[in-house]
Design a binder for this molecule. Sequence first.
Ligand code: 5GP
Length: 117
Amino acid sequence: MTQYDDANIFARILRGEIPSQRVYEDAETVAFMDVMPQGPGHLLVVPKAPSRNLLDADPAVLARLIPVVQKLARAAKTAFAADGVTVMQFNEPASGQTVFHLHFHIIPRFDGEPLHP
Ligand code: 5GP
């Protein structure tokens, strides 16, 4: 399996080396706004523990992370008065992953909007 590279952009954000618009933080998790949002309220939920993606993540980390993803998905849906919310996550370049530190996308969605503009 490909090794984790701590020079990735989210590791640098976690270390405070580059800025981000943080909207949530706890002992194990940070969430910040996506710099190229697919829509209003597009945020990224990132565990502080290093893993390249879901495939190499520690299940114990995931067990604590998923309730945070749920909480933030609910909060984003409410905050943006959305009709729905997409939660998505990519693993390896073939799937569309471009930043190689595990993250979940949370994207508020609205009735009638095109999902693939
Ligand atoms: P993925 O790896 O799941 O395809 O997506 C990575 C996401 O990170 C993209 O939606 C992209 O817009 C976002 N992203 C890339 N670089 C930065 C950055 O420097 N800051 C923030 N906040 N988001 C970023």
